[in-house]
Design a protein. Structure first.
Lengths: 1002, 458
C-alpha cells in the first residue's frame, strides 16, 4: 500500500519533530543540566518561553507579585522599567491613546509601576458592596495627580479635599461604567484543542481520560524501563515496548477497571501484529495511523496531536526518547526502546478511554458504540468560547487605569467609541504575561548593569613580571570561583586558570571500585578511549583481598536488603535481626557526622586506601569490545596537553608546580546527587580527568613531542592533580607519591594553603544556608559542610549551580581581585594569542551549550518549579533507577528540585567575552548552534574589546556600547569582610588583597 | 517507699507519656492557630522535648515495672459517665505490653522528629507537619496505654486522622489528595469494627474497661465473656485491624499512601501506623484465645496477605512502593503469628520490623548511591535472586502471574466490583427509599419526583 508507507513516513517524521519538545534529561545517575526548552531554541527567547508555557501548561516568567517585590526592594529600578519600555516599544513610543491624552509608553509604564486588579463581574460587585474601593482615589496615586484631582473637585464646589477626592473618584467610576456599558463584552474564540481528552475536559471537568490512562501507562512504561528495582523484570522486554506491553495486557485475564474493558481485545490484535510484522518501527507506525483513523483525527491535526500526546506525559516519554538515542547511558540494562512504541501504546489506551468516556457521557441507556470520528468534530464545535470580561469588570479596570494615567470622569466621557475601544484594547493587550515579560527584562537589565559596571570599573591589573610560584587549573564552574579567589587571597603568588572540567580528556573511565566504565566528557561527545584505574603492583594482593571481603559484605548487605522485602527470608530477618537496624537509625539521625565518618571508615574496610595508578598509556592496539581503545598513545596525549594549554593561554611562564583540579560532589540520600557533579564531565566527577591530564603533562615522551612543536614545558615544572568536593570544600589529591622530592615541600605547602582556602570557601558557601548562623568561622563552616554531605536528612547538601548568572571568557587578570559571589563561570582565554579566533571557536563551542544549558535549566526550574522543575524533594520516590516520581505514580519529574533552585536568581547567562566584536561575530558564523543561542537571546552576550577595555552588549545582531551607571567600585580588604553577615546575592567589589601586585618582587 | 507512693509515681510517669506529646501539640498548635507559628527550631525542640521526655518516662516506668514483675498499674484519669453499674472511665494501663511498646513508639517518634526537623527545613507546611506528628504521637500513646476500649478508640481515631492528613500533605497535588481520601475512607469503614466492638463489650460487661473484660496479666489473661460474645468482638476487632494494617481486602491504600514527605511515610507505613492493628489484637489477645475460629481466620488472612504482597512487591519499580509491599508482607506475617497464638514473638517482630523498615524508607532516596556501591562491590549489578521461584514457573504462567502482580492483584477493580459498587447501589437505593417515605408521609408526590431527579445526578 502506497498510502500506508506514506503515512508511516509522515508519522515517523512527526514523532521525530515532537521528540524535541520532550525534556532532554537522561537517567538521573548522570544528571546533566540542559535547557528544558531546547526544542524552542530556534525562536527568540521571549517568544519561545511564552509559546512553551502554553504547550506545557507552565509559567513563562516569575509571578508578577514576585517582580513587584523586587521593584519594591530596589532590585528592579524605575530606570530599568523606562529603559526596557523604550527598547521594547521602539518607534511605537510616540503612539497616543484616548484622543491624544496619553502615550502608550506612559500607559504601560503606569501599569508596570502600579498593580491593577482584573476581577470578574461578581468579584467587582462584591468589592463595590463590601468596600469603599471606588470612593477614594488609589492610595498609590502620584501626589501631583492627586493634587490636580483635588483642585478640580474643589473647583466643582466641594468643601474639603477629602470630599473633592471622593467626588472625583465617584464621578470617574460612573463615567467608566457608562463607557463600558456602551459596548458588549467580547466573545473570544479560541482554537479548540486537538486531543479528545482536552475537548471532553472543557465540557465536563470530572471526565479526565488522562487520569484513567496514565496510571496504567506509567505502570507499564516504568516496568518496561526498570533498571533493577523490581526483582522480577517484565517478560519479553527484548521485543520492544509495544510488543512486550501488548502481549502482557492483551491477555485479558482478571477483572479490569470499567474503562479498560475493550483494552485487551485491541492490544491482542496489536500483539498479533507485532508477532507477525517485522521487528522495526513499522508496526508501531501502523498502529498510530490506525488509532488516528479510529479517533477521527484529520491529517492536518496530526502534528499537534502527536506533540500533545507526547507532552501529556513528558517525563516518561522523554526518558523513552533518551534511552532510544543514547542506549549507552542506560544505567544497567540496554533496552530496544522507541518513542513510536510509546506513542502507539498511549494512543491505543487513549482511544479506549475516550470511547468509554463518550459512552459515560451519553449514559448507558442509549447504548451502542459511540461514533468517535463524528465525536471529534462535534466536540470541537461545542468547545466553549471564552467570554471576555463583563461590563462591571471592564469598568473596574478602566477606573483603576484612568486614575493612574490622570484621566478624569470628564475625560472618559469625552472618549468616542473608537478611542474607548482602542484604549481598552491597549490595556487588555498589556496583560499579565506582557507585563511579566517586561519586568523580567528589567530584572535582567539591572543584573547586567551591576556586573558590567563592576567588570568595567575593575579594569585589569598588570601582569606579574616574575615566575608565579604555583599555577592552578580548575573547572570553569562558578563554584570554583570562590575557591580560586580565596586561594589567591591566601597565596598572592598563585595564578589560576579555568577550563571545561574534563580537561580535554574525553574518556570512558573505570575506577578501581567501579563495575563498568562511564563516560567522563561533555554529553555531546562520545569518547573513543577507555581508561582504567588499577591497583599499584605491590598493592594488588591487598586489593584482591579487600575486593573479596567487600564482595562478601556486599552480598550479605544486599541479601539482607532484598531479603527483608521477601516473604520467608523477610519474616526471619525482620523478626530476628531487624532490631540491629536501630544502631544505624539512631546514629544516622542523631549523630549524622560521626555516622558518616564511621560509614566511610567501614567502606574502606578500616584499612588504608589502596594505592592506584591509571592505565593511561595505550596497552594494545586492538579495540575493546565497545569499540574504544584502551589508553592514549603519545601523540594523542601530546595533542590533548597542547590543546588545553593553548585554550587557557598557558604556553609559557610555567610555574614549578601546576595543580589540575577537577570537581565532584558527594552527598547522601540525594537522588539528584549527580546534578551537583561536573557538567563538563556529563554529570560525572572530573577528578580522573584531572589526574589523567597531569600524568600526560608529566610524561617525558609527551613533553618531548610538545617541545618539538614549540611548546616547551620546563623540566622543573611538575603537574599534580586533585578533585575538589564542592559539597565538603575539600580536595582529594592523586598520585601524591609521584611528586618528586624536589617539589615535595612546595607541594606540601600548597596543600595546606588549599585547605585554608577550602575552609574560607566553606564559610562563603555557608552564608547561603538558612540553617547556618551568619557568624560561623571557617573551621566551623568546614564542619558544617562536611556534616551536610553525610546527613541522611539533609535535602540541601549544597546549592549546586544555584548562584550561576555570569560567564567571563578571558584572562584571569580581568577578574582577579573582583568579588563575583560564586556567580561567574570563569573561562580562561587569551585573546592576544588567537587572532584567527580558532581557540575562541572551540572554547565557545563548549561553553555556550554547557554553561548556557546549566543556566537555562536553573532559570526554568526556578521560574516554574512545578512545570519545569522537579518540585519539592520531600515526596520524591526513585523509580526504576532512572528518575524520581512524586509519590507513588506520577510522571517522571525532570528538571531541578525546588530545594536546589530556591535561592537562584533566574536571569539569562551574561557571557562576557574578552575579544573584539568582529572576531566574536566571525566565530559565531562558524558555530551555528551557539550563534542561535546568542542571536535568539538564550544567552546575553557582551564583547570586551581587549585593546580598549570597552564593553559592548549584543542586541539584535549588533554590539551596542555599554554605558556604565557607576564608574567606581567598592573596595573591601578581603572577600570575607565583604560577604560576611549577608545571606542574599552580594554585588561585585574590588578585593584589595587578591589584586595582582603591580611590582613583583623578584 | 510505700506501695501507694510508688503507685502515684508510676501514675504520674504513665500520664506523662501521653501528656508530654499532647502538651507539645498544644504548644505548637495554639500559636499556629492564632496565625503566629513558632520558629522551625522552637517547633522541633518542643515536639522533640515532648517525645524524648515521654520516652524517658516510659523507660523509668519499664524499670519500675520490671522490679515488680510486670504487675499492671492502672491509672484512673476520670470517668466520662456513670449510670448504675454502667461506666465509661478514662483509664490508662501500664503493663508488660503497653510500656515496652510506648518506649518503642516514642523513641521512634523522637528520631523521626529530629530527622524531619532538617528534612522539612523551609517547607511551607513545616508547622503543619509537626502538629500532625505530635497529634499522631499523642494518639499512638493514648492507644497503647489505653486501659479501656473507649480510650483505645480515641487514640485510634487520632492515628487515623493524622495519617490521612499526612498522606494528603501536599494537598495541591491531586494524586496526594486522592490517596489521602482513599486511606481515610478505608480507615473509616474499618473503624466501624472497633466502634461496634466497643458497644458489644459495654453491653457484655457494663464497661469498656479491660480490667472488667480480662482477668489476669498480659499475656496470660483470660476473658470473662461468653465464647459467642468473644467471637463477635474478636471478629470486629480483626475487621478494624485489617484496615489499619492494610490486609486483604483493604490492601490498595497502602502503596498509594506514599505521597507525603518521606519521614511521615517511614513512621506511618513502615513503622507505627501499619502495626496499630497488630497492637490492638495483642492487647485483646485473650479474646482470640476464646474465639479460635476468629484466630484461625486471622492467621489465614494474614498469611494470604503476606503471600499476595510478597508477590506484588517483586514487580514494583518504585522504591517506596516496593517498601510498602514489604511492610504489608511483614504486617501479614505478624497478624498470622498472633492468630496462631504467639504473643511475645509478634511483639518482637513488630518492633524489629518497624525499626528496619523505617530506616529503609528514610534512606530510600539513597537508592542510587546504594545500588552503585553494591554493584561496585559485587563487580556488576546484582543479578536475579537465587531464591526466586519465577524461573521454576512455565513461561506462560509466569507471564500471567506477572500481569496479576503488576495489576496489584486487580485489587482496584475487585474492590469496585464487589464492595464499593454494591455499597453504592445499596446507599443510593436507601436514599431513594427515604425520599419516597418522606414524600409519602408528607403527602406530596411532586417534591419526591423532583428530588429524585436531583438525586439521580449525583
Amino acid at each position: 500500500m502506497a498510502s500506508a508507507s506514506a503515512h508511516r513516513a509522515e508519522i515517523a517524521r512527526l514523532v521525530e519533530a515532537s521528540a524535541r519538545l520532550l525534556p532532554p534529561q537522561g537517567p538521573i545517575d548522570a544528571f546533566v543540566a540542559q535547557n528544558p526548552l531546547h526544542g524552542f531554541e530556534d525562536l527568540p527567547f521571549e517568544e519561545a518561553v511564552i509559546r512553551a508555557a502554553r504547550l506545557y501548561d507552565a509559567e513563562p516568567f516569575l509571578p508578577e507579585s514576585r517582580y513587584r517585590e523586587e521593584l519594591a526592594r530596589g532590585r528592579i529600578r524605575d530606570v530599568d522599567i523606562d529603559a526596557v519600555l523604550a527598547a521594547d516599544l521602539g518607534d511605537r513610543t510616540l503612539v497616543t491613546l484616548a484622543g491624544g491624552r496619553i502615550t502608550l509608553a506612559a500607559l504601560q509604564r503606569e501599569l508596570l509601576l502600579h498593580p491593577v486588579r482584573m476581577e470578574s463581574d461578581s468579584a467587582v460587585r462584591w468589592t463595590l458592596s463590601e468596600s469603599s474601593a471606588i470612593e477614594h482615589a488609589r492610595p498609590d496615586l502620584d501626589p501631583n495627580l492627586r493634587a490636580r484631582l483635588i483642585a478640580v473637585g474643589r473647583a466643582a464646589g466641594k468643601a474639603s479635599d477629602a470630599e473633592a477626592e471622593r467626588f472625583m473618584a465617584n464621578d470617574l467610576w460612573h463615567a467608566c461604567l457608562e463607557a463600558t456599558s456602551r459596548s458588549r463584552p467580547a466573545i473570544i474564540h479560541v482554537q479548540p484543542p486537538v486531543r479528545h481528552r482536552d475537548l471532553l475536559l472543557a465540557i465536563d471537568p470530572t471526565l479526565d481520560t488522562d487520569a484513567l490512562v496514565h496510571p496504567l501507562l506509567i505502570r507499564l512504561v516504568a516496568a518496561y524501563l526498570d533498571q533493577g528495582v523490581a526483582s522480577w523484570p517484565m517478560p519479553d522486554r527484548e521485543r520492544g515496548l509495544l510488543a512486550a506491553c501488548a502481549g502482557l495486557v492483551g491477555w485479558g485475564g482478571g477483572p479490569l477497571e470499567s474503562w479498560a474493558h475493550a483494552l485487551p481485545d485491541r492490544l491482542r490484535r496489536v500483539a498479533a501484529a507485532c508477532d507477525a510484522g517485522p521487528a522495526d518501527e513499522s508496526v508501531a507506525l501502523d498502529v498510530i495511523a490506525a488509532e488516528f483513523a479510529g479517533l477521527g483525527i484529520p491529517r492536518h491535526a496530526w502534528p499537534d496531536h502527536v506533540a500533545r500526546s507526547l507532552v501529556a506525559l513528558r517525563g516518561w516519554a522523554g526518558m523513552v526518547r533518551q534511552l532510544e538515542v543514547r542506549p549507552d547511558r542506560a544505567p544497567v540494562v540496554r533496552l530496544p526502546v522507541r518513542l513510536v512504541d510509546f506513542l502507539a501504546l498511549r494512543l491505543v489506551l487513549d482511544r479506549v478511554a475516550t470511547a468509554w468516556a463518550l459512552r459515560e457521557r451519553r449514559g448507558r441507556s442509549t447504548g451502542g458504540r459511540p461514533d468517535l470520528i463524528a465525536a471529534w468534530i462535534e466536540l470541537r464545535d461545542r468547545f466553549p468560547p471564552r467570554r471576555g470580561p463583563g461590563t462591571l469588570a471592564r469598568a473596574f479596570l478602566l477606573h483603576q487605569v484612568a486614575q493612574l494615567v490622570g484621566l478624569s470622569g470628564v475625560d472618559v466621557r469625552g472618549l468616542d467609541d473608537n478611542e474607548l475601544v482602542e484604549f481598552e484594547h491597549a490595556i487588555a493587550a498589556f496583560d499579565g504575561v506582557a507585563r511579566r515579560r517586561l519586568f523580567h527584562l528589567a530584572y535582567e537589565r539591572r543584573h547586567a548593569i551591576e556586573v558590567l559596571d563592576g567588570v568595567a570599573a575593575h579594569g585589569t591589573g598588570r601582569p606579574t613580571g616574575g615566575r608565579p610560584g604555583v599555577q592552578m587549573v580548575c573547572c570553569i564552574d562558578e563554584r570554583c570561583e570562590s575557591f580560586r579567589r580565596h586561594l589567591e587571597e591566601t597565596v598572592p603568588a598563585v595564578e589560576t586558570f579555568g577550563t571545561a572540567g574534563f580537561f580535554a580528556v574525553p574518556m570512558y573511565y573505570r575506577g578501581i571500585d567501579d563495575w563498568h566504565a562511564t563516560p567522563l566528557c561533555p554529553i555531546v561527545v562520545r569518547p573513543t578511549h577507555t581508561v582504567a584505574e588499577v591497583p599499584e603492583a605491590d598493592a594488588a594482593a591487598r586489593h584482591r583481598q579487600r575486593q573479596s571481603l567487600r564482595r562478601l559484605i556486599a552480598r550479605l548487605r544486599g541479601g539482607a536488603a532484598t531479603g527483608s522485602q521477601t516473604l520467608v527470608r523477610g519474616g526471619l530477618l525482620t523478626a530476628i535481626g531487624g532490631a540491629v537496624a536501630a544502631i544505624p537509625l539512631v546514629a544516622r539521625v542523631a549523630f549524622p557526622r560521626l555516622a558518616a565518618r564511621a560509614a566511610h571508615r567501614a567502606a574502606d574496610l578500616g584499612g588504608r586506601r589502596i594505592p592506584t595508578r591509571l592505565e593511561l598509556a595505550r596497552v594494545a592496539e586492538t579495540p575493546l569490545p565497545d569499540g574504544t581503545r584502551a589508553g592514549f598513545d603519545d601523540d594523542e596525549m601530546a595533542a590533548i596537553v597542547r590543546r588545553l594549554l593553548e585554550d587557557i593561554g598557558l604556553t609559557s611562564g610555567f610555574a614549578p608546580l601546576v595543580a589540575v583540579i577537577g570537581h565532584g560532589s558527594t552527598s547522601l540520600n540525594n537522588p539528584h546527587e549527580s546534578a551537583y557533579d561536573c557538567g563538563a564531565c556529563g554529570g560525572g566527577r572530573g577528578g580522573p580527568n584531572a589526574r589523567a591530564f597531569a600524568l600526560m603533562a608529566n610524561d617525558p615522551a609527551v613533553r618531548a613531542r610538545l617541545a618539538a612543536t614549540g611548546l616547551a614545558i620546563p623540566a622543573d615544572t611538575v603537574f599534580v592533580a586533585g578533585m575538589l568536593d564542592t559539597c565538603t570544600s575539600g580536595i582529594r589529591w592523586y598520585d601524591t607519591g609521584r611528586v618528586p622530592a624536589t617539589h615535595a615541600e612546595a607541594f606540601g605547602t600548597f596543600r595546606s594553603q588549599c585547605d585554608r582556602a577550602g575552609a574560607l570557601d566553606a564559610q562563603e558557601r555557608c552564608r547561603r544556608f538558612d540553617s547556618v548562623p551568619l557568624d560561623v568561622s571557617p573551621t566551623q563552616a568546614l564542619e558544617r559542610v562536611e556534616s551536610r554531605a553525610g546527613d541522611l536528612a539533609q535535602v540541601r547538601p549544597e546549592y549546586g549551580h544555584a548562584s550561576n548568572a555570569v560567564c567571563i571568557v578571558g584572562r584571569r587578570i580581568l577578574t582577579r581581585g573582583l568579588y563575583l559571589d560564586r556567580r561567574a563561570f570563569l573561562v580562561s582565554y587569551d585573546p592576544d594569542a588567537d587572532d584567527e579566533g580558532v581557540i575562541l571557536e572551540r572554547t565557545l563551542a563548549a561553553v555556550g551549550p554547557v554553561c548556557g544549558g546549566i543556566n537555562l535549566a536553573y532559570l526554568f526550574s526556578r521560574i516554574d518549579p512545578l512545570g519545569y522543575g522537579a518540585g519539592t524533594k520531600l515526596p520524591h520516590n526513585i523509580t526504576g533507577l532512572l528518575g524520581v516520581m512524586d509519590g507513588h505514580a506520577s510522571d517522571l519529574r525532570t528538571g531541578l528540585p525546588l530545594q536546589g533552585v530556591e535561592i537562584h536568581e533566574p536571569v539569562r547567562l551574561l557571557v562576557v567575552i574578552d575579544a573584539p566584536p568582529d572576531r566574536i561575530r566571525a566565530v559565531l558564523g562558524r558555530l551555528p548552534a551557539v550563534r542561535q543561542l546568542v542571536e535568539n537571546g538564550w544567552i546575553r552576550t557582551v564583547a570586551r574589546d581587549p585593546a580598549t577595555g570597552s564593553l559592548a552588549v549584543h542586541q539584535r545582531g549588533a554590539f551596542v556600547p555599554h554605558v556604565p551607571e557607576h564608574h567606581d567600585l567598592p573596595t573591601a580588604p578581603n572577600s570575607r569582610s565583604w560577604y560576611q553577615g549577608r545571606r542574599d546575592n552580594v554585588p561585585p567589589a574590588r578585593i584589595a588583597v587578591a589584586l595582582v601586585p603591580t611590582e613583583t618582587p623578584r | 517507699m510505700t506501695a501507694a507512693r510508688i503507685h502515684y509515681a508510676v501514675a504520674a510517669l504513665v500520664a506523662w507519656q501521653f501528656v508530654a506529646p499532647a502538651a507539645s501539640l498544644a504548644a505548637i498548635g495554639l500559636p499556629a492557630l492564632f496565625g503566629r507559628p513558632l520558629s522551625e527550631r522552637a517547633t522541633t525542640r518542643l515536639v522533640g522535648a515532648g517525645f524524648s521526655t515521654g520516652f524517658l518516662a516510659a523507660l523509668v516506668t519499664l524499670a519500675v515495672l520490671a522490679t515488680r514483675s510486670f504487675v499492671p498499674e492502672v491509672v484512673h484519669l476520670g470517668t466520662l459517665f456513670e449510670v448504675g453499674h454502667h461506666a465509661a472511665s478514662i483509664d490508662l494501663v501500664a503493663d508488660g505490653l503497653s510500656v515496652p511498646y510506648v518506649c518503642f513508639t516514642t523513641g521512634l517518634c523522637a528520631l523521626v522528629n529530629a530527622f524531619a526537623g532538617t528534612y522539612l527545613h523551609r517547607e511551607p507546611g513545616f508547622t503543619r507537619f509537626f502538629i500532625l506528628l505530635a497529634l499522631f504521637g499523642t494518639g499512638m500513646n493514648l492507644m497503647v496505654l489505653a486501659g479501656s476500649i473507649d480510650v483505645l478508640f480515641a487514640g485510634w481515631e487520632f492515628l487515623g486522622i493524622s495519617s490521612a492528613l499526612l498522606i494528603g500533605f501536599f494537598h495541591e497535588r491531586r494524586n496526594a489528595v486522592d490517596a489521602a481520601l482513599r486511606a481515610f475512607t478505608t480507615y473509616r469503614v474499618c473503624d466501624v469494627g472497633l466502634l461496634a466492638a466497643g458497644v458489644v463489650v459495654h453491653q457484655a460487661v457494663g464497661s469498656g474497661d479491660f480490667g472488667r473484660l480480662f482477668v489476669g496479666t498480659w499475656p496470660d489473661a483470660t476473658c470473662v465473656v461468653s465464647p459467642t460474645t468473644a467471637t463477635i468482638v474478636a471478629g470486629l476487632l480483626i475487621f478494624a485491624a485489617l484496615g489499619k494494617s492494610a490486609q486483604a481486602p483493604f490492601t490498595g491504600w497502602l502503596p498509594r499512601a506514599m505521597e507525603g514527605p518521606t519521614p511521615s511515610s517511614a513512621i506511618f507505613y513502615g513503622a507505627l501506623s501499619i502495626h496499630a492493628g497488630a497492637y490492638v489484637l495483642l492487647r485483646c489477645e485473650a479474646l482470640l484465645d476464646a474465639a479460635p475460629a476468629m484466630a484461625w481466620s486471622l492467621a489465614a488472612i494474614g498469611s494470604a496477605t503476606a503471600i499476595h504482597a510478597a508477590i506484588i512487591g517483586t514487580v514494583q519499580t518504585d522504591l517506596k512502593g516496593m517498601l510498602a509491599y514489604a511492610s504489608m508482607t511483614q504486617a501479614g506475617i505478624i497478624l498470622a503469628e498472633i492468630g496462631l497464638g504467639w504473643r511475645i514473638l509478634p511483639l518482637v517482630h513488630v518492633v524489629s520490623h518497624a525499626i528496619l523498615r523505617s530506616l529503609q524508607i528514610l534512606r530510600s532516596p539513597s537508592a542510587m548511591h546504594d545500588r552503585h556501591e553494591l554493584a561496585a562491590a559485587l563487580g556488576g549489578p546484582p543479578g536475579p535472586s537465587a531464591w526466586s521461584l519465577v524461573p521454576l514457573l512455565p513461561a506462560g504462567l509466569a507471564r500471567r502471574l506477572y500481569r496479576v502482580a503488576l495489576e496489584r492483584g486487580f485489587d482496584e477493580p475487585l474492590l469496585v466490583r464487589f464492595i464499593v459498587g454494591p455499597v453504592r447501589i445499596a446507599l443510593e437505593s436507601a436514599a431513594a427509599a427515604e425520599r419516597r417515605w418522606v414524600a409519602y408521609l408528607g403527602g406530596s408526590t411532586h417534591t419526591a419526583a423532583r428530588h429524585g431527579d436531583d438525586g439521580g445526578a449525583t
